[in-house]
Design a protein around this ligand. Structure first.
Ligand code: PLP
Length: 389
């Protein structure tokens, strides 16, 4: 990474803005500062920024422009997909069941919990020890009253890529709406709503070098969704609230970079990720790389250091200038045990010792080598103190 200071290996938590994104945000803040809903030239200029960004996001995922709805981020997109689809389907018929997986982000799991409190039944399909959900087990969970199935495209903790196209095909055959959380997939692997055959797809801008607090939900034409944000009727009546024009402008620029193939190079990142994993495994026998046998996003390594406390390890790494994560960043503030590592059957002493390293477009081989040295030094020292060496 070109910047000074600690080595940042937490790109799945968030990313620094791409210079072209910074310029797009600046221009939207300063030049196109109008309210896109205003009936004057400044309003029209801001509207053009929003609609230009919508086109770019749509193109990046193979959608029609009118199928992209901007939200306040991935969390809102996930909440809206799950709750909005369930409620619309319930209003239209007898639906009272949803299917999801045990390794979803909390934004999906908590929305399903909310439905459960409202009397819905929720099936959480298990995943294999490799961090992949078997589409056959999703299929087996579908029922005549199932409204929606939600399966993430790539897991945020492990990077494991899920069989979304296959799951979507099975759901379509049973008349069940299919949602995928593509927050961690977008920018790292090809995301194409048509090829995948999904009805709903969530995106978040701050995972692709654009601002926090911006995201989008793809809603396939014709899919009914109950609105969650009520008010002025923005986003064609489906998501009220004055549009976050600077955030949306930045997101549009990032999406354009994705389409151009200019955001990051997955092959370069995968090689750096392998270098990190191999370096750590070589220096520290006994550590466990999670999900290694499954197809994974190019940038994510989740590694357990059995016998050590993950929180202390993370704090020591931070002091030594390596910034990583314990698991889902959104959960790590509360230091919750990772539901994902539990779902792949990691024993508690492995799960609680695990650290997620996630690389980004600015990560260099030198940084990776330095990080390996620091991890080895800190882990060996902790092992000695714990009498494990
Ligand atoms: N879904 C996944 C897979 C994520 O990794 C995240 C963020 O960590 C989210 C959803 C939430 O996105 P946001 O931070 O934009 O609310």
């Amino acid at each position: 990474m070109s910047r000074e200071g600690p080595i940042y290996l937490d790109f799945n938590a968030t990313t620094p803005a791409h210079p072209r994104v910074v310029e797009a945000v600046r221009a939207a803040l300063v030049e196109s500062f109008g309210n896109p809903n205003s009936y004057h030239a400044r309003g029209t200029a801001a509207r053009n920024v929003v609609e230009g960004a919508r086109e770019r996001v749509a193109r990046a995922i193979g959608a029609r422009t009118g199928e992209v709805f901007f939200t306040s981020g991935g969390t809102e997109a996930d909440n809206w997909a799950v709750l909005g689809a369930a409620r619309a389907r319930a209003a239209a018929g007898r639906a009272r069941h949803v299917v999801t997986s045990a390794i979803e982000h909390h934004a999906v799991l908590a929305a399903c919990e909310r439905l459960a409190h409202e009397g819905w039944e929720v099936s959480r399909v298990a995943c294999g020890p490799d961090g992949r959900v078997d589409p056959a087990s999703l299929d087996a969970a579908l029922r005549p009253d199932t409204a929606l199935c939600s399966l993430m495209a790539a897991n945020n903790e492990l990077g494991t890529v899920q069989p979304v196209a296959e799951a979507a095909r099975l759901c379509r055959g049973r008349g069940v709406l299919f949602h995928t959380d593509a927050v961690q997939a977008f920018g790292k692997l090809p995301v194409d709503v048509g090829a995948w055959g999904v009805d709903l797809l969530s995106l978040s801008a701050h995972k692709v070098y654009a601002p926090k607090g911006t995201g989008a939900l793809y809603v396939r034409r014709g899919v009914e969704l109950a609105p969650m944000m009520l008010g002025g009727g923005q986003e064609r009546g489906r998501r009220s609230g004055t549009e976050n024009v600077p955030g949306i402008a930045g997101f549009g620029e990032a999406a354009h970079l994705v389409t151009e193939g200019a955001l990051l190079d997955p092959a370069v990142l995968a090689a750096l990720r392998d270098r990190l994993e191999e370096g750590i495994v070589e220096r520290l026998p006994g550590c466990v790389v999670h999900g290694r046998s499954a197809p994974r996003t190019c940038n994510t390594a989740s590694i357990g250091f059995p016998g050590l406390g993950g929180e202390v390890l993370l704090a020591r790494l931070d002091l030594e200038g390596v910034q990583a994560s314990l698991g889902a960043a959104c959960a790590s503030g509360a230091m919750l045990a990772s539901h994902v590592l539990a779902a792949i059957g990691a024993p508690p002493e492995v799960a609680t010792s695990s650290v997620r390293f996630s690389l980004g477009r600015e990560t260099t081989a030198e940084e990776v080598d330095q990080a390996v040295e620091v991890v080895a030094r800190v882990v060996l020292d902790m092992r000695r103190r714990h009498g494990l060496a």
